[in-house]
Design a protein around this ligand. Sequence first.
Ligand code: SF4
Length: 361
Amino acid sequence: MEKVDLKNLTLPELTAWVEGLGLKPFRARQIFAWIHRPDFTGFDQMTDIAKHVRALLAEKARLSRLEPARVEHSTDGTVKFAFNLEDGHVIESVLIPEDDRHTLCVSSQVGCAMGCNFCLTGTMGFIRNLTAAEIIGQVDAAIRLRMAASQQQQMDGWQTQGAPRWINNLVFMGMGEPLLNFDNLLKAINILMEQRGHDFSGRRITVSTCGIVPKMKQLGQQVPVNLAVSLHAVEDEIRDQLMPVNKTYPVDELLRACREYPLPPRRRIMIEYVMIKGLNDSPAQARLLVKKLHGIRCKINILPYNENPDFPYQRPDDETVENFRQILRRAGHTTLLRHSRGADISAACGQLAAQSGVEAT
Ligand code: SF4
């Protein structure tokens, strides 16, 4: 009989499985705490669990673990990991260190069906959903790398004062559309938020969507996480061109879903807007964006396009970007201007494993 991957189970699921073996429910809490320690290597480490129970676990269960096949360090401190999955596919995650926090951008699928036409992952097509264990495995691997690097004092300044928080923020902005892998996404978030494991706060987790409208509200109702929406254009004819999903869920429908998203108090939706020269960067388009966002509690993240030889788009000049930003600011919007991190290692969103030789099926 196939062994159960315990990394794939939420605490309630693990409790049911443990009880099925005839063990007391408290064993599940002990096991859960052990297996979600990033430095956990095997059942033998569980010194507070009797030997015969450990032997039973080893007989019935397994613990998947992702090890990076390749780690690339950018000159700006960004680190990109490539992981070989058990079936040979490759996914990537990106660690973005900043002064006050360390963010891990995780993948949710191998490839992506959405075909946004500025995105390398989109050119792969959809291959498969990641399991919850594969999503969590990216977090564990990044934490292990940070722990090891810190121990070797190779990454000065990475360790915050007091108890180390190896990764502060998780963003589901890597390969794939997270809301199209909804069940495994929810399971992974529930496992990552579990107090006996990683204990991430929902405030520290952001799920980014290209606009899968029916799943947006469902997400907010089930887990108290932040939402980011890749908008990039507010005219349907332009957004249709950039993001085929717009033909199914056009701009006004998407923005209605943003208004209806059950946002926890004092939080705002992050509107992502990649600025592309001559396409979506005019003052008139900035004013239309302001009008369309009326009534949405949001902040706007402007990302000047990161040019790539595989796509025909260009980055607008700094003055155009600044003018656009000032229009949003004068209208009262909190507007962040982000430049792509890790551009020299192709770590920007949408430039992940398509460069690792992964073939779409
Ligand atoms: S931008 Fe995101 S949703 Fe669009 S194709 Fe790329 S990975 Fe998929």
